[in-house]
Design a protein around this ligand. Structure first.
Ligand SMILES: [Zn+2]
Length: 343
């Protein structure tokens, strides 16, 4: 994939044309050792010094360019956070008394009811006009990173009352924005919404944006219990990404209950493994999750979605166990076998 300047996105600074590079070096007041007129005796000393400077400067240039020339629509969403030159920040508005959403400090994650409003605040400095906010919901786990997040069949159905009078391009989006100028986009099958950002109102430091979620993480033919997060990017009119932030979100029926449950899972992760029947003695040692007996299961499953859901669940639990026990080599062939069965 190439960016608008024609360089590969991973190597743009390596491939800077020589003249541009010299100009850039001149601009930042640095002359590489091979362009300097120095005597042989001083070469070694100079080399060591300038080489270090060069590495530092090159690192800074790469970091700076990286902020401006990220490819905006890769097949796998990019999640790395960066404040960028405009110090892009997102925060949650104060929690109201409605309890339709809760934020977990421990998990840095929002739990929210479907169709309820999540009030967010976006800030960039200086607060100039002409930017847009792109919001995309993506799967948190790397193994699903390339899968687009869409509403489930049930919530997307045209006869579902919630889809009445809704633009067909909007219907498959899980995330909606209450801003009336929001555009609903699809690129490489990945969905995102683009909201214009005007400078904050006088006396305010931020722009409020409200989002709603029109499908639940538990919906079997949609997100199918896979964890998700929102990726926010500050973009200019040419879709150049100037900052990126992420916020894990779970859309569910009982935000408070699910928050407690997930927090407990995290804090008791290790003791839990020991408590469960995952320990069997190997020699005199106790090893976690070391039940390595392989079971062969033959099932008849109705429906392709259900079949895929079963495969994914089996893959997931093995991947989780492989990660916890460090026995990836053992699990991998069985996980690969599952991938081969997925059409
Ligand atoms: Zn759904």
């Amino acid at each position: 994939m190439t960016t608008t300047n024609g360089y590969s996105d991973s190597q743009e600074s390596d491939l800077l044309p020589e003249e541009d590079y010299k100009l850039l070096m001149k601009d930042i007041g640095f002359v590489p050792y091979w362009l300097q007129d120095i005597t042989e005796e001083k070469m070694e000393e100079k080399y060591n010094l300038t080489q270090q400077q060069y590495m530092q400067e090159e690192k800074e240039i790469k970091e700076e360019e990286g902020q401006y020339f990220h490819e905006p629509d890769p097949a796998i969403p990019v999640k790395e956070e960066f404040a960028g030159p405009y110090n892009f920040q997102v925060s949650l508005a104060n929690q109201d008394s409605s309890k339709h959403w809760v934020y977990s400090q421990v998990l840095k994650k929002v739990f929210i009811n479907m169709e309820e409003t999540l009030p967010l605040r976006f800030k960039w400095e200086p607060p100039e006009d002409g930017f847009v906010l792109r919001t995309a919901m993506v799967f948190s786990l790397d193994q699903y990173a390339s899968d687009p997040v869409r509403r489930c069949h049930n919530h997307m159905a045209p006869n579902n009352p919630c889809n009445r009078d809704v633009d067909p391009r909007v219907i498959k989006h899980v995330v909606r924005c209450t801003h009336h100028l929001t555009m609903y986009e699809e690129r490489n099958e990945h969905l995102s919404i683009v909201t214009p950002l005007n400078r904050p109102q006088p006396g305010s430091q931020y722009v409020p944006i409200c989002l709603k979620f029109l499908c639940k993480n538990s919906c079997p033919s949609g997100m199918n219990r896979r964890p998700t997060e929102l990726i926010f990017t500050l973009e200019d009119r040419n879709r150049r990404i100037l900052g990126r932030r992420r916020l894990p979100v779970r859309v569910c029926s009982c935000p408070k209950r699910d928050k407690k449950k997930e927090e407990a899972e995290v804090s008791e992760n290790q003791p839990d493994i020991k408590k469960r029947k995952l320990c069997i003695p190997v020699g005199k040692k106790m090893m976690p999750s070391c039940d390595t007996h392989v079971f062969n299961v033959q099932l008849n499953i109705v429906g392709k979605e259900n079949y895929l859901a079963v495969l994914k669940y089996a893959y997931d639990i093995m991947a989780g166990q492989a990660a916890r026990t460090g026995q990836l080599d053992f699990f991998k062939p069985y996980m690969d076998d599952i991938l081969r069965k997925a059409p």
